[in-house]
Write a protein that binds this ligand. Structure first.
Ligand code: BJW
Ligand code: ZN
Length: 241
């Protein structure tokens, strides 16, 4: 009997000494974290321009903070799912492993992933808009206009909004991991937000075997070597075992 796409993908992954993984909101969906696009997604009831741009924050920081505080409370009650745990287990087995995540929820680190690049930042970090101080803030009852503990200036979430550049050092490392891997797993991303979505093409063009895991086809699907349609929490443990 010829091997199934899942078996082919698992075999290629097992043979690769250098692995990169790109994840998006879909990997956290089974933990109870809402995705952005699609039914029930965050953008169904909110316009990204009102909440996830520097202009929106300048216009109404209290509105933006209310949204982030709501998400922080929601995510504080969520735990890593079998997909996050499978990636942490895979990291233990692979010599050269890099996890590139667009997610800001912190669930990969909680699952035990260590070589992790959070390309869109982290919801549990705050940054001062005045002095630039950057620190962890896990409080769930932040005031309407949270103030910097160093200078009293207005804090913002340490995340990347539309129209903002990604941290160039992080993006550079992400690019090199994608260009240098032998196998790449692309999990739970709609692959529409650049430049992160382009990392799958970088890997493919550099000769990597690219495996996509998603509930539905994405702009990447035609380019990848194997496209596995289904829930990340069910497919990743099988891929990695
Ligand atoms: C499951 C599942 C399950 C569900 N199992 N799967 C080139 C062309 C066109 C536009 C641009 C371009 N370059 C730059 C831009 C502009 C913009 C952009 O890309 N816009 C497009 C949308 C058109 N990009 C930027 O602005 C970026 N900055 C930049 O490029 O700087 C340079 C520059 C500046 C100015 C002009 C030009 C260049 C920054 C992007 C920042 C994105 N920020 C956000 C918010 C982060 C903070 C926060 O969370 O609050 O990041 S937006 C949001 O989208 C979030 C995500 O990380 C990101 C990606 O979403 P993701 O993860 O893919 O989630 P979904 O919901 O879209 O998809 C979920 C998927 O999971 C679906 O496919 C489901 O099927 C699947 N799924 N359940 C498996 N159980
Ligand atoms: Zn400050």
């Amino acid at each position: 009997m010829s091997p199934t796409p899942l078996q082919i993908a698992a075999q290629r992954l097992a043979l690769a000494g250098k692995v990169a993984v790109l994840t998006g909101a879909g990997i956290s969906a089974e933990s109870g974290v809402p995705t952005f696009r699609g039914p029930g997604g965050l953008w169904e009831n909110h316009r990204p321009e009102d909440l996830a741009t520097p202009q929106a924050f300048a216009r109404d920081p209290e509105l933006v903070w209310r949204w982030y505080n709501w998400r922080r409370r929601l995510i504080a009650g969520c735990a890593p799912n079998p997909a996050h745990l499978a990636l942490a287990a895979l990291e233990q087995r692979v010599g050269d492993f890099t996890l590139l995540t667009q997610n800001v929820d912190g669930l990969h680190r909680l699952a035990g992933s260590r070589n992790l690049l959070e390309v869109h930042g982290n919801l549990w970090m705050v940054r001062c808009t005045v002095c630039g101080a950057l620190y962890e803030e896990r409080g769930l009852g932040l005031p309407a206009r949270p103030a910097c503990r160093q200078c009293g200036g207005l804090l913002r979430p340490h995340v990347v909004w539309f129209g903002e550049s990604l941290d160039s050092a992080i993006l550079d490392r992400a690019w090199r991991a994608a260009a240098g891997c032998q196998a790449m797993l692309v999990v739970g991303t709609s692959a529409v937000v650049q430049p992160a979505a382009g990392l799958a093409s970088v890997a493919k063009q550099a000769g990597a075997f690219v495996i996509e895991v998603n509930l539905e086809p994405t702009p990447n699907s035609r380019e990848v070597d194997v496209s596995l349609m289904g829930k990340a929490g069910e497919i990743l443990p099988q891929l990695v075992d």
